[in-house]
Design a binder for this molecule. Sequence first.
Ligand code: NAP
Ligand code: G4F
Length: 343
Amino acid sequence: MKKAFLTGVTGQDGSYLAELLLNKGYEVHGLIRRSSTFNTDRIDHLYRDVHESGAKLFLHYGDLSVSGQLMDLLHSISPQEIYHLGAQSHVRVSFDMPEYTADITGLGTLRILEAIRKIGLKTKFYQASSSEMFGAAPPPQSEKTIFQPRSPYAAAKVYAYHIAQNYRDAYGIFAVNGILFNHESPRRGETFVTRKITRAATQIKLGLKDKLYLGNLEAKRDWGFAGDFVEAMWLMLQQEKPDDFVIATGETHSVREFAEKVFAKLNLDYNKHVVIDPRYFRPTEVDVLLGDADKAKKTLGWKPKINFNELIDMMVTADLELAKKEKTLVDAGFPCTNSQRII
Ligand code: NAP
Ligand code: G4F
């Protein structure tokens, strides 16, 4: 039985990847952070009590800032595959917390690579690189495009990308960079723009709120489905040689278009509810991301299964169900706190 170690297992991608690996018969070990509230919602459906026989998902407390403990964990688990997905992953927040972002998103990668090197672990390593690294580079962006990072997050990811390549060249570690364009799902964090829109629009539909405050509506993104994208991660680690791959749908849409489609699907007038709030503008913006995933198609045989409209349908349907549950609570006299959150 193959063993995989995942950082970021409680995140959007970690949950889909854990599902995929468990379905393939892997034993999955995930790094989780201690939190005063539960942070395992996205993987609770996968977890079986370790005291029961047949448990295949094991969770370990740790943090990407603590190298000694990462080393101890990797030494004791000795996984054949490591998927490093953990990061401070929010671009806007990286302007508020640049040092923390550099530490976790940049140096976190180095800490794992150093652990692999020092232990002498024979393992394959996946680095969650990002299309945000392309920044100001004109579209379409491919593996050959020069990075022009536009945020502390992107700069940290560029460091992580290069250090993964360096450890591949210097120490022969099987390290790959998956340069993934934006990917979304009903499990997307609620402060990323797609989910923020589908959550708010469905709550507006049920009368739970009236306004949705957004920043730059003209930015364009190449949005795919997270469930499709984690398959590409796995495929990259099944290759004989380590290499770097762009993963994208090859279509780009503006934030405005995404919001208009969501509101139209719910028979709502977008103009009555969407309000621009400059607090969501970024000091420097990435205007257009559009990926060229030709190399992944040819080498990995990967292509996305869910298109833009299907992604919107999936997210709106799931969030409408969530909003209905919230409405039941509100009607019963319990406050719905979601609309009060700062996102
Ligand atoms: P996400 O939902 O924000 O998940 C991030 C994960 O990292 C969570 O499990 C989080 O734990 C964990 N984490 C954060 N800080 C940590 C720390 N100090 N120590 C240990 N774990 C920590 O992100 P995602 O969308 O799944 O993305 C996965 C990875 O791909 C990230 O590296 C992201 O930067 C990258 N990426 C994402 C996209 C995208 O469109 N989704 C595109 C390209 C690249 P908690 O649950 O406790 O917060
Ligand atoms: O949903 P976003 O916050 O995603 P962003 O910045 O593209 O980053 C995501 O994708 C990257 C891959 O390219 C990942 F590496 C990263 O970890 C993350 O998953 O914002 C998308 C666009 C931006 O241009 C932003 O300015 O939407 C615009 N936007 C407009 N109003 C907003 C809002 N973004 C957010 N989060 N909130 C708003 O109210």
